[in-house]
Ligand binder design. Structure first.
Ligand code: GCU
Length: 452
């Protein structure tokens, strides 16, 4: 009998571990050196958990840059959050470009029978004009057929990488503007930085729009390179949204991530103008670099009720004070077009950075934040992404959240739903597809987004 109990206990322990994160480890081959493109500097990348926690972590309830503890939500909102915003604006990514003097939403194409008759489709040009000229980018919107003024639906702003035409096989989907610069990519068959007919539908797996609409949501997408070409290691401001503004109204160092976030915000302007969209239930979603962008847009623009970071890596949800996968030391020097120059100093001496990813996430509170990682996405440091969310949870607790995650909640394919914040570790690599999207919608459904 005793033996049977022990056997049963062992069995249940190993079953419980069957979906625990620790089973997934990169093999030795993944240990590597990352080379900074512009300088040739070689930076060691650690994938050994035993060497990951060499830096002292920040407790989010410690006040930033002074002694004392954050005791309540008002203190967070009035004293600490502004410090986070200031850091994001001045040292991390930069300020959002201004709202243009004039903005026009031009409907250029419509179908009430899209996606095999299951959805409505609208295509708009967002035309922004300011002192130095006009800028245009293209938005593709799908939404449920039953959406109306009396039944407004929740919506996601979800930028794409290689052009709206790569997100769908529908022949009517417009290309980016003729002079747009698109990042080259093998899967999407972009090899000359331009959009072509043969690229249609090549990124459809990242944009399961039919399924999203079937669950009662609208989804709007645009190509982020229309706002600032994603040159990564060099600058191209003349082809970006920045060019239409008075130079004095802008940051000294113009970076691409605030420009992309600006695209999220202008798309939100468009959605707010549509009576069949529920303007109080609009989330901004992004994968990887667009995940960092979604976090920034969500934090800067309080009209977003939710920000979703899908595998946003260093600079996004991954805790910078973890020596695992991509580090800020590498990211800030390699992706010079994304970060303010000051980040290179912080990257070399990470413990001098006054905030960490958890502060960035918590700056959304009490609005909603959801973080998704991939079990095999080691570069993004899934455990570091979860850890930041766990820390940010302490701020949500100040706002009344009851469920706070612990490392026991780091489970594969099991969505943790807190009050206003959540996390899921998806099985797989660095990706976003229907699997991830179902978790996103499970999370918003759990917060009543599809209820009338
Ligand atoms: C690189 C980069 C990441 C980024 C990712 C992506 O891997 O190091 O920070 O998130 O590209 O956008 O795919």
């Amino acid at each position: 009998m005793r033996k049977a109990i022990i056997l049963l206990m062992t069995l249940s322990i190993s079953l419980a571990c069957a979906n625990s994160f620790e089973l997934y480890k990169p093999d030795k081959k993944e240990n590597m050196v990352a080379t900074v493109k512009n300088t040739g500097e070689k930076i060691l990348v650690n994938y050994d958990e035993a060497k990951a926690n060499i830096y002292k972590k920040l407790d989010i309830l410690d006040k930033i840059g002074e002694s004392g503890r954050v005791e309540n939500a008002t203190q967070w909102l009035e004293q600490e959050r502004p410090k986070v915003i200031k850091f994001l604006e001045e040292e991390y990514y930069g300020k959002l470009p201004p709202r243009p003097q004039k903005i026009e939403f031009k409907l250029v194409e419509a179908s009430d029978n899209a996606l095999d008759g299951t959805a409505k489709r609208r295509q708009y040009k967002i035309i922004s004009t300011d002192v130095n000229g006009t800028h245009i980018f293209n938005v593709l919107l799908y939404y449920p057929k039953n959406a109306s003024k009396d039944n407004p639906v929740p919506a996601f702003v979800y930028p794409n990488y290689y052009g709206n035409h790569t997100t769908s096989i529908e022949k009517d989907i417009l290309f980016p503007e003729a002079d747009a610069w698109i990042r080259n990519n093998k899967i999407c068959k972009v090899s000359d930085n331009k959009a072509h007919e043969y690229q249609r539908g090549t990124h459809i797996d990242r944009h399961p729009v039919k399924e999203i609409v079937a669950r009662g949501y609208a989804v709007a997408t645009f190509c982020y390179c229309e706002l600032y070409p994603d040159t990564e290691t060099y600058f191209m401001p003349e082809k970006s949204i920045y060019r239409i503004f008075d130079r004095n109204a802008l940051d000294t160092h113009l970076r691409s991530i605030p420009a992309w976030a600006w695209g999220d915000c202008r798309t939100l302007d468009l959605l707010e103008s549509l009576p069949f969209i529920n303007r109080y239930r609009i989330g901004v979603v992004g994968h990887s670099r667009i995940g960092k962008t979604a976090m920034l847009a969500g934090v800067y623009d309080k009209r977003f009720a939710l920000a979703v970071s899908n595998s946003s890596c260093a600079g996004g949800a991954a805790m910078n004070r973890r020596n695992y996968g991509e580090t800020m030391q590498f990211a800030s020097k390699h992706f010079v077009c994304w970060y303010q120059p000051k980040m290179q100093q912080y990257g070399d001496n990470i413990e001098t950075m006054p905030i960490d990813a958890q502060h960035f996430l918590a700056a959304m509170a009490p609005r909603m934040i959801l973080v998704l990682s991939g079990t095999k996405d080691f570069w993004a440091d899934p455990k570091g992404e979860f850890w930041s969310l766990m820390e940010a949870g302490k701020i949500y607790k100040l706002f009344g959240a009851k469920k706070i995650p612990t490392f026991d909640d780091l489970r594969v394919n099991k969505l943790f739903v807190g009050d206003g914040f959540g996390y899921v570790l998806c099985d797989g690599k660095h990706k976003i597809d229907i699997h991830n999207w179902n978790y996103i919608m499970d999370f918003t459904d759990a917060h009543g987004w599809t209820k009338k």
